[in-house]
Design a protein around this ligand. Sequence first.
Ligand code: DGL
Length: 269
Amino acid sequence: MDIKNKPIGVFDSGIGGLTVAGEIMELLPRENIVYFGDTARVPYGPKSPEVVTQFAFEGLRFLLSQDVKLIVIACNTISATCLDQLCASSPVPVIGVIEPGARAAVTATENQVVGVIGTERTIKSSAYEKAIYSLNKEINIHSKACPLFVPLVEEGWLDNEATLYTANTYLKPLKKRGIDTLVLACTHYPLLKLVLRQVMGESVRLVDSALETAKEVQRILIDKNLKRQDNSPAQYQYFVSDNPEKFIQVGEGFLKRPINPISVIDPQN
Ligand code: DGL
């Protein structure tokens, strides 16, 4: 098959990468996508760098077996842990979500006080601080790990009382810091936007990496002459490592598209 007509691979620990896949579908409606969510092992955020790296390489290997032309690591935790290693060992281009997210934050802030929320691993890695400082050294950054958000999203508890209570508890200290921009440094978090907006108020901008990442995919496809040439409608294929029913239920609610076909695979095989 002509490499241009091969699909784009999108990888996350679970459902969160759909926030990135959804933007790619909007911006590049001709491109085929193969999505892999490692739902048997989500969340990655509380795990050690060694374990996240092992899972990341298994996901990469699976997507490469699907003959993709480009891989998007639509997971901040993996991007913060081992993106360079994945890039170095992949025969196709691999991009992460942290640089795009940092760009979005730097563009959005006016008072140069930015909050970053993410998984424990992403926050511990300081990857966002490094990426934001490399663009603008004057920005004040306040970070906070929110480990319960990913399980709440995977459960589909996007805007109930428990989620509101959790968000209030996590975000109260950040509100006091006078941030004007909150970076959702986990691809699951845009699904909680209603609650996050309610807690932070209208004056704080909520930014995430999804749209910027989709734009980077577009740039790479143009630069490397990889845009799909076939005019037939794009095809989307979904793979998870467990519990496809939950993935379909929460994912279709968010994407507003059918999640079909979906298959269950073991990334260790
Ligand atoms: N969507 C992943 C991220 O952006 C979730 C990580 C997790 O599985 O804890 O970090």
